[in-house]
Each structure stands twice: as structure tokens, then as C-alpha cells.
Design a protein around this ligand. Structure first.
Ligand code: NAD
Length: 427
């Protein structure tokens, strides 16, 4: 029998329910968070290189603008669908709220397999998307960014198309742009570095250090590759790494030289074949086996719902740092907590991306350019203070005799901030 696909929005709503149950406010105050303010679905017509026209569905879910313009990525993936985007847009609202940013949450995507199209076909697809949604986005309305299978180049075309429709180039309409056209120094590596900054905070709380830590990383994209490289730089050992070409594990650690070579080209956007790791002594495993191998830390940095209850029961890492959005199901998150595994939730662990996106937007609006050091120092300080806020919320519940998860603390912090803004606006 085929396993039932987990609905990410239902998972997100289960997590919301748990947070609401912990709040002293009535549940009805939070009801509006279950629905997005607006959902856009458009048929996109774009031309193939041979002149034929073809179609794809594009979406933008604008969840909450209570705290400011919608902010969130755009993914190009064959499995993009509305329920997934609803969850991702909701999580973006939480992320910006936890960080105290003047931004709301949104997410979008196109249901397409980008590997089937040339670069020029994908550029035409992006332009068709901008034409279809340009009235609903903008620097004060909704600011997209890269996500799965989109990158700085996609954002360059996006910003160009938007500028042409408005007869003026406005870099602040998207973030994650190339440096030459208004991108921010540090944005490319922000999410991966933020993941490691969250890991260091979690390790420090437990009186441990990253040096010598044995880490498994799922996904070698922008987030996974950069997080793994930073972990190696700080003296950690990568014992497992995976992407769509396979999952590889070596208990004694995978050759850092070979890994660096592969990960540097992955971090630069190349698709890398990991099978060469077998030659270097790593074993190829199925995804659930891979995720539950012996390690100190697991960094899921691929897609949603990778860690379900079955994996959570046997997972051996002491820390799970959620580089991806929604990699743990709600039941799995609960089980990991019962088993004493520290899970740093996505809404904080991968928030470095949106934080530096915000810095990019601020620079664009001020026509300013900040140094890489300034960007990354600000990011690390903000992530650390947000982490300490969550520990304080946990401690305040502990005083009342209730042990709550970091995710519950994160949800509580975010939903209270959004509700407060929502009520002020309603008058
Ligand atoms: P990406 O497209 O650059 O990389 C995704 C990686 O996951 C690729 O290496 C791919 O091969 C791998 N992958 C896909 N399916 C897999 C599977 N079943 N098993 C193993 N590996 C698999 O995407 P990204 O930007 O690195 O994003 C990864 C995750 O991080 C997503 O959940 C995304 O929403 C989240 N995220 C990204 C950013 C960002 O700034 N890029 C910010 C916050 C959150």
C-alpha cells in the first residue's frame, strides 16, 4: 500500500493548536491565523526554445500582513501545491514575528520540474509569473526571495521583469538578488551560517562545543552545503550527507577534503553526484536509515516531513537543527522531545535567510551597501537573542510546572506578536 502523503498545512495547524492550548488568551483570538489573507493561483503560458507554448501553475500565498509586507520565498518544484504553500507562508509569518521584523509572511512557487527546461525557458517562465502577479507584489506589499530550485539568477530576472512593468527598476521588490543589481553581501550564505549559529547556541546551552561534533546533513543545496562547510570549518566532523542522488554515511567521518570539494561546488549552485563518497568508504543508505544513524547532530536541510514518528523513534542524534522548513512532523517533534532530543525549530534555525533578506531590503530602500562583516555580525547577534528569548519562554513555563518544547516557545512568541498587531489594526 502506498504511504499517505502528509499534509504540511495540517501539520502546521496541529502545532498551532498546541501553542494556542498553552496561551492564556482565548483560542478564538488566534482563529484568523488558520487562513491566509489572500491566495493567488495563475496559469502561466511560456514559450519553449523550439517556439511551442506550454503552461504551468503559479501560486502565491499571502498569509499575514499584520506586521508588515508579506515576505517569503518562491520554489520551482513539480510537487508544489497549495497546501504546502499554505504551511510555508504561515511559517514565514511566524519567522518574521519571532525575529521582531516589520514584515509579514508569504510563500509562492511554480509547479514545474526545472530540470526539464533550459535557462532561457525558465527565465521566460519567471517573467510570465511576474506579469501575472505584479499588481499583488512590490516592496511595500509582498517581497519574494529564492527557495528550493530558485536562486539569485531567478531573482535577477524577477526584479528586471517587475522593473519593466513599472518603468523603473526597484531592487527592493525581491531579495536574494545578485550583488551587481542590489543583492546583499552575506545573503547567499546567510541561511546555512544561521543554521550553524543556532546549533552553536543549542550546544552552548547544553555545555557542549561544535568542535569534534559528529554531524549528519540531509540536502546539499544552498542551506545544507553551506551549513556543512561552516561546520567543517569550525572543527566538526561530517559523518553523513545526502541529496537526491543518494544518502551516504561513514561512522568515522567522511573525508573532509573530498567533502569540501563537493560541497563548495554544491554551494555555488552545481548539482553534485554523491556516489563518489562510496569510493571513500561511505555506505549508501535509505533515507530513514540515513536519518537515524549515530551522530551528535542531525541537520535536515532538504524538504518537509522527512522525520516522521518511525524515524523519531530510532533517531540517534542529540540535536536536530531544522535547516529545512517543516522537516519534522508534529508527532515526531513531540516524540523527540520525550526522548530528550533538542530540536531547534525551523522558524528560528533557518531564519538567517529572512533576516539577511530583511537587511537587503533595508539597504535597497536606503540605497546603501553594508559590509559582509556587518551583515553577518548583525545576523548572528539577532539569532542568538531570539534563541535566548525562546529559552526564557521555556523557563517561564517550567516555573509553572510545564515543560514546553522550543517549537512551542517559538510559536507562542510569534502568535502573540501577530495577534497584538492584528487587534491594534482592527481598532
Ligand atoms: P536547494 O534547492 O538549494 O537544495 C535542496 C537540496 O535538497 C538539494 O541538495 C536536493 O538534492 C536535496 N533534496 C531534495 N529532496 C531530497 C531528498 N528526498 N533526500 C535528500 N535530499 C534531497 O534548496 P535550499 O534553498 O537549500 O532549501 C532547502 C530547505 O531549506 C527547504 O526546506 C527551504 O524551504 C529551506 N529554506 C531555505 C532558505 C534559503 O535561504 N535558501 C531559507 C530558509 C529555509
Amino acid at each position: 500500500m502506498k504511504a499517505m502523503k502528509i499534509n504540511p498545512h495540517l501539520e502546521a495547524m496541529k502545532m498551532l493548536d498546541e501553542a494556542i492550548a498553552l496561551s492564556t488568551r482565548p483560542a478564538s483570538d488566534f482563529e484568523f491565523l488558520r487562513q491566509a489573507e489572500r491566495e493567488i493561483c495563475v496559469r502561466l503560458n511560456f514559450q519553449r526554445d523550439d517556439g511551442r507554448w506550454t503552461q504551468a501553475l503559479g501560486y502565491r500565498v499571502q498569509h499575514s500582513s499584520d506586521l508588515g509586507p508579506y515576505k517569503g520565498g518562491l520554489r520551482y518544484h513539480p510537487e508544489v501545491e497549495i497546501e504546502e504553500l499554505r504551511a510555508l507562508a504561515f511559517w514565514m509569518s511566524l519567522k518574521t514575528a519571532i525575529l521582531g521584523l516589520p514584515l509579514g509572511g508569504g510563500k509562492g512557487g511554480i509547479a514545474v520540474d526545472p530540470s526539464l527546461y533550459s535557462a532561457s525557458e525558465l527565465a521566460r517562465l519567471t517573467r510570465a509569473f511576474v506579469e501575472a502577479i505584479h499588481l499583488d507584489i512590490g516592496p511595500d506589499r509582498d517581497i519574494p526571495a529564492p527557495d528550493v530550485n530558485t536562486n539569485a539568477q531567478t531573482m535577477a530576472v524577477f526584479a528586471d521583469a517587475y522593473g519593466k512593468l513599472n518603468a523603473a527598476y526597484e531592487p527592493a521588490v525581491v531579495t536574494g538578488k545578485p550583488l551587481a543589481i542590489g543583492g546583499s553581501l552575506g545573503r547567499h550564505e546567510a541561511t546555512g551560517l544561521g543554521v550553524i549559529s543556532a546549533l552553536k547556541s543549542a550546544l552552548a546551552t547544553a555545555g557542549r562545543s561544535i568542535e569534534g561534533c559528529r554531524i549528519i546533513v540531509q540536502g546539499t543545496g544552498n542551506v545544507g552545503a553551506i551549513a556543512a562547510l561552516e561546520a567543517l570549518r569550525l572543527g566538526a566532523m561530517i559523518v553523513g550527507v545526502s541529496n537526491t542522488t543518494g544518502s551516504f554515511y561513514a561512522p568515522e567521518g567522511i573525508s573532509p577534503e573530498l567533502l569540501k570539494l563537493l560541497l563548495e561546488s554544491a554551494a555555488a549552485g552545481a548539482s553534485v553526484q554523491l556516489a563518489v563518497l562510496e569510493g571513500a568508504g561511505a555506505k549508501r543508505l535509505s533515507t530513514p536509515e540515513f536519518l537515524s544513524q549515530a551522530a551528535d547532530v542531525l541537520i535536515p536541510a532538504a524538504l518537509e516531513n522527512q522525520i516522521d514518528l518511525d524515524v523519531a523513534d530510532v533517531l540517534q542524534a542529540d540535536f536536530v537543527i531544522e535547516g529545512a522548513n517543516g522537516p519534522c512532523t508534529q508527532e515526531a517533534d513531540r516524540r523527540l522531545f520525550e526522548r530528550g532530543v533538542v530540536v531547534v525549530p525551523d522558524v528560528l534555525a533557518n531564519a538567517g535567510g529572512v533576516l539577511v533578506s530583511y537587511y537587503e531590503w533595508v539597504q535597497n530602500r536606503q540605497r546603501d551597501v553594508w559590509s559582509r562583516d556587518l551583515v553577518l555580525e548583525r545576523m548572528a547577534a539577532k539569532l542568538e537573542s531570539a534563541y535566548q528569548d525562546l529559552l526564557e519562554i521555556q523557563a517561564s513555563y517550567e516555573k509553572k510546572g510545564q515543560k514546553i518544547r522550543l517549537r512551542e516557545a517559538a510559536y507562542l512568541s510569534a502568535i502573540h506578536r501577530i495577534v497584538e498587531a492584528h487587534e491594534l489594526r482592527l481598532g
